[in-house]
Design a protein around this ligand. Structure first.
Ligand SMILES: *[C@@H]1O[C@H](CO)[C@@H](O)[C@H](O)[C@H]1NC(C)=O
Ligand SMILES: *[C@@H]1O[C@H](CO)[C@@H](O)[C@H](O)[C@H]1NC(C)=O
Ligand SMILES: *[C@@H]1O[C@H](CO)[C@@H](O)[C@H](O)[C@H]1NC(C)=O
Ligand SMILES: *[C@@H]1O[C@H](CO)[C@@H](O)[C@H](O)[C@H]1NC(C)=O
Ligand SMILES: CC(=O)N[C@H]1CO[C@H](CO)[C@@H](O)[C@@H]1O
Length: 544
């Protein structure tokens, strides 16, 4: 079974000549199951789980369900949390604080964790490399959502605050049926305390399974089950767009994965890529089976009038995949990793998608290693500031269950290293950069680009790495910045306004010839608490 795991990568044109040699390196154990994994600084990742028998404990001996992972020492440190973070969503907001939203109902009366369904957990910004004094702030009595939500999505809006979408009002294993919350709300609330709850016909039609993106217009694109729409927050109107083709369904419990592909000047046209999911038509929840067929379909659509006229374009992965996870890389390529060939939460495998290639040539399997660790339901893969991909977790079990169980709870941490990290070949370096940039403003960075890399292929990537959970990287975003490079001086221009990149923290990467630097953190916008007024300049858009 272990040998079934392998990895595929899409080769780039210019990059195809270089020997691709990606490798997995295993190091350390996570102590909890990082079913939520978020990159918070160059040295730290935050991990959220539930209290179901984790070996990691707090100083008082109580078991932990939240921890910081130190990328330097490859060790976890438990962090105290009040409410149950299981199946929370989240996002960074405009002041740099990471907000974890909602979670699990009370599991054992009288025992921690407390009911997390209305949870708001604030973390950071954290400037200590080891996470000293970086705590999760919670005040469940006074700071909470308007209603209970298990499994919602949270997106950072152009005003720097959050829209919280859907979920279920209790833990129901699959988020379908009468307990679903077919509604949205905002945090901080837009209409006093507690916030207004706005019903959604789209979520009702879809059973509120969803993947959502903030478009350059400020509207929200949502995919749920096999249907899609654009939501205009200001007018509270839903506009249905074409269904996913060929009966493919992509949301929980048939998880596919979706990414907003990189946005570029001048028009910042939004294209959404959706891969994997199930090929079978709406199966009744109780008859789901690990032998059910997954799909090999990737679908993409450009959200402009011309793109909509073209509709969804279909590409095929080399094999079928469900619960596949997508990691947007600084190059604009998308790593497709983990997942199963069949079933609902079955066996785990990996891949990558090269965005800039013509259709039909984007996917390949060359030069990539295999992992011998199965990464299934409740596993995660996240880009780190160093530029490799941290892969951790997996627990399709109801609690911590150790070997010899089939697919036991997995605590081993691995990194997938790109070839330039595997063989220590020279990478571009950002020597210094400002810590903050205002919209449409220019800034100057000192950089080095190794002479072996082509200066004709420079990209500057401004990224939100997202809040990784359940194969979704909510808020994942990449804007290619306009730039000029003269010697070791790189001049960049920030995104024109808060719609192209919602105000908040970001990572900057310098890419030369497909090889990228380590990332540096930068605050985009004024850094104030939400809601923020519009910032930057208005630009013409042809996107929806
Ligand atoms: C694991 O990480 C530790 C701490 O960074 C390091 O000392 C050790 O060499 C690493 N082991 C491997 C196999 O990379
Ligand atoms: C989407 O699913 C609905 C049923 O849930 C079905 O009626 C519709 O035909 C599907 N759309 C496509 C394009 O397959
Ligand atoms: C799953 O499907 C297989 C093949 O049809 C069948 O043998 C098996 O009993 C099913 N398992 C469950 C749990 O229904
Ligand atoms: C960020 O904004 C939120 C919402 O207003 C607030 O609760 C939080 O304390 C702020 N964080 C910092 C570090 O000021
Ligand atoms: C019920 C459900 O599938 N909710 C999903 C909504 O989308 C977020 C990601 O944006 C997922 O994490 C949730 O699982």
């Amino acid at each position: 079974m272990r040998n079934l795991l392998s990895l595929f990568l899409v080769l780039a044109g210019v990059r195809a000549q270089r020997t691709i040699e990606w490798t997995f390196v295993q190091n350390g154990t996570s102590g909890i199951v990082p079913l939520e994994l978020i990159t918070v600084s160059p040295t730290l990742m935050i991990m959220y789980d539930r209290a179901d028998g984790n070996p990691l404990t707090l100083p008082d001996g109580e078991q932990a369900w939240a921890a910081l992972w130190n990328l330097e020492t490859n060790t976890p440190t438990a962090i105290p949390t009040i409410t149950d973070t299981f199946c929370a969503g989240g996002a960074f907001i405009s002041n740099g604080t990471l907000v974890s939203v909602a979670g699990n109902p009370l599991e054992t009366p009288g025992q921690p964790p407390a009911d997390g369904r209305m949870g708001i957990r604030l973390f950071g910004p954290c400037t200590s490399p080891t996470g000293e004094n970086c705590n999760v702030f919670e005040d469940p009595e006074h700071v909470h959502l308007a209603i209970t939500r298990w499994y919602p999505t949270a997106l950072r809006l152009p005003d720097g605050g959050l829209i919280v979408i859907g979920g279920s009002n209790t833990n129901v294993f699959y988020n379908v049926g009468p307990t679903t919350e077919n509604s949205i709300e905002f945090w901080p609330s837009r209409a006093g305390e507690p916030g207004a709850v706005i019903p959604s016909q789209f979520l009702l039609d879809a059973v509120p399974v969803n993947m959502s993106f903030v478009l350059p217009s400020g509207k929200i694109f949502m995919i749920a089950n096999n249907i899609t729409m654009i939501y205009d927050i200001e007018t509270n109107t839903e506009t249905r767009l074409p269904d996913l083709p060929n009966g493919v369904r992509v949301a929980n419990p048939f998880d596919g994965t979706a990414q907003l592909l990189p946005l570029s000047a001048p028009l910042y046209e939004a294209t959404v890529l959706v891969c994997g999911g199930t090929a079978s038509d709406a199966l009744p929840e109780l008859s789901l089976n690990i032998t059910d067929p997954a799909t090999d379909q990737c679908s993409r659509i450009t959200l402009t009038p011309a793109g909509l006229a073209k509709g969804w374009e279909v590409e095929r992965m080399p094999e079928t995949r469900i619960l596949v996870e997508s990691v947007l890389l600084p190059t604009g390529d998308v790593l497709l990793i983990n997942g199963a060939k069949t079933g609902i939460f079955g066996l785990s495998k990996c891949m990558l998608y090269r965005t800039s290639f013509p259709a039909g040539q984007r996917i390949t399997q060359e030069g990539l290693p295999s992992s011998d660790i199965a990464r299934m339901y409740h596993s995660a893969a996240a880009l780190t500031g160093k530029g490799n991909i941290m892969v951790a977790g997996s627990n399709p079990q109801p609690a911590v269950i150790l070997p010899p169980a089939m697919f036991p709870t997995e605590f081993r941490v691995e990194y997938l290293n790109p070839d330039f990290m595997t063989n220590n070949s020279p990478r571009p370096v950002i020597l210094n950069s400002p810590t903050q940039i205002l919209f449409n403003q220019k800034a100057t960075l000192k950089v080095t680009v190794p002479p072996s890399l082509s200066l004709g292929e420079i990209q500057v990537s401004l990224m939100d790495m997202g809040y990784v959970t359940h194969a979704q990287h909510a808020n994942s975003r990449l804007v290619f910045l306009e730039h000029t490079l003269l010697g070791d001086t790189l001049e960049i221009t920030a995104p024109p306004n808060n719609f192209i990149y919602p105000p908040g923290p970001a990572w900057l990467f310098l890419v030369a010839d497909g090889v990228y630097s380590e990332g540096v953190q930068i605050m985009v916008g004024d850094g104030g608490n939400p809601p923020r007024a519009d910032q930057g300049i208005k630009i013409p858009l042809n996107s929806l």
